[in-house]
Design a protein around this ligand. Structure first.
Ligand code: F3S
Length: 390
């Protein structure tokens, strides 16, 4: 490939990845089994990104299962949600560009919920930060925190440089967090992630928790760690697949331990809200909602009417399951919307005349205030739904 036997596009991609590998002193290139590409929303990549993607079609196809990150609009319901035709048409051009080289247009940050689910120790090249954290930590597959372009190039050549999280010794923990608090909801676990991410930045935390938080909460935890810090891998004792390997290593005994108290969690929760007013839009599903999270919202909404807007962001695939299970109907008859392909951060929500957004994700709470001066309310799904129903 490097020498051009498989075409110019693959040679170009390989050349860039080999240069990247040299920068990180990688000893070799290794095969990967899947890729996940960020840099999809027109809001974040703009016209320069659109030109880059349209140009891709003339280069080379991807060689393996490659999924896209959320786009800037819900492709099927953009008009109903209030997005402009101009924005949507540019967004569709971007998605078509990716599709033309074989990328699956499943626009989601939770590809692991819809079939792009590697196995323990598999090497992959993923780029969305919360997905990177989940696939490394909860699944035990191996990826660096790729940029959108490097993940795409890896998908084109089916290989990535062997450095960072691909090397077993680099997956060991750096700091132990002894958490003296019994979590009862997703907002508290998100606050833990946010608190710890600020301390560790890109280091690897090892958590000692009183109980197993479950898959949905681990998704929330990783997203928060990756947004206040740049965490790409964490371990939870007796829960995540590599925790025992990490604990058995001699280096573990030398690690610093930090105790996290109830105060740390509650103070962080408070700091994540910028107002105590009632939100005019509640946005759930950051990272994109799983079917059990949607089921929970449907249960909370049964027989109620919303007095403010509600979006539950998810992938199109999970939305189809929600329709099949009857959850979509319950949510829609209460006045809520299942929003596919996009999310409250990568969609131009600031153009839709909302002022206060309610979220149960620390990652979303971190980003929403930067979007055109919107205020944010951070709370549990139960409390948020309570605030906007009658
Ligand atoms: Fe996903 Fe958007 Fe949150 S991409 S992790 S729902 S900010």
């Amino acid at each position: 490939m490097y020498n051009g036997e498989y075409g110019e596009g693959k040679a170009e991609a390989m050349e860039i990845l080999v240069s990247l590998g040299k920068i990180y002193e990688a000893e070799k290139m290794i095969p990967i089994t899947s890729a996940q590409v960020s840099g999809v929303s027109y809001k974040t990549i703009g016209d320069a990104g659109l030109d880059f993607v349209v140009d891709l079609g003339t280069k080379a196809d991807v060689m393996l299962e490659t999924m896209l990150n959320p786009a800037g609009v819900d492709i099927d319901n953009w008009e109903e949600l209030g997005f402009s035709e101009e924005f949507t048409s540019k967004q569709i051009d971007i998605i078509n560009g990716y599709e033309s080289i074989g990328v699956m247009s499943t626009c989601t940050c939770t590809p692991y919920l819809i079939g792009n689910t590697p196995m323990l120790n598999e090497h992959v090249a993923w780029s969305e930060s919360s997905a990177v954290c989940y696939v490394n930590s909860v699944i035990g597959a191996r990826t660096n925190r790729e940029g959108g372009p490097s993940a795409l190039l890896a998908a084109i050549v089916g290989r990535t440089p062997y450095y960072g999280n691909h090397i077993p010794e680099n997956r060991l923990a750096d700091i132990i967090f002894n958490v003296e608090y019994d979590f009862s909801n997703e907002a508290e676990i998100g606050a833990l992630g946010y608190f710890v991410g600020q301390i560790v930045n890109d280091k690897k935390p090892y958590f000692k928790l009183n109980s197993n938080p479950g898959r949905n909460n681990l998704k929330t935890l990783g997203a928060a760690l990756a947004s206040s810090g740049a965490v790409s891998l964490y371990h939870v004792e007796n829960v995540t697949p590599e925790a025992q390997y990490v604990k058995n290593n001699d280096s573990f005994k030398e690690l610093e331990t930090i105790t996290v108290t109830e105060n740390d969690i509650l103070n962080t929760m408070n700091s994540l809200s910028s107002t105590d007013k009632i939100p005019d839009l509640v946005c759930l599903g950051c990272p994109h909602a799983s079917i059990s999270e949607i089921q929970k919202v449907a249960q909370l909404l049964k027989g109620k009417k919303l007095v403010k807007d509600l979006w539950i962001c998810t992938s199109n695939a999970i939305k189809s399951v929600a329709i099949q299970c009857g959850y979509a109907e319950i949510i829609e008859s209460a006045g809520g919307k299942l929003v596919a392909d996009t999310c409250m951060v990568v969609a131009p929500v600031e153009e839709l005349n909302y002022e206060i957004i309610g979220v149960n994700s620390a990652k979303a709470a971190n980003y929403v205030p930067n979007m055109g001066g919107l205020d944010v309310v951070y709370d549990t799904v139960e409390n948020l739904i309570d605030m906007i129903t009658k």
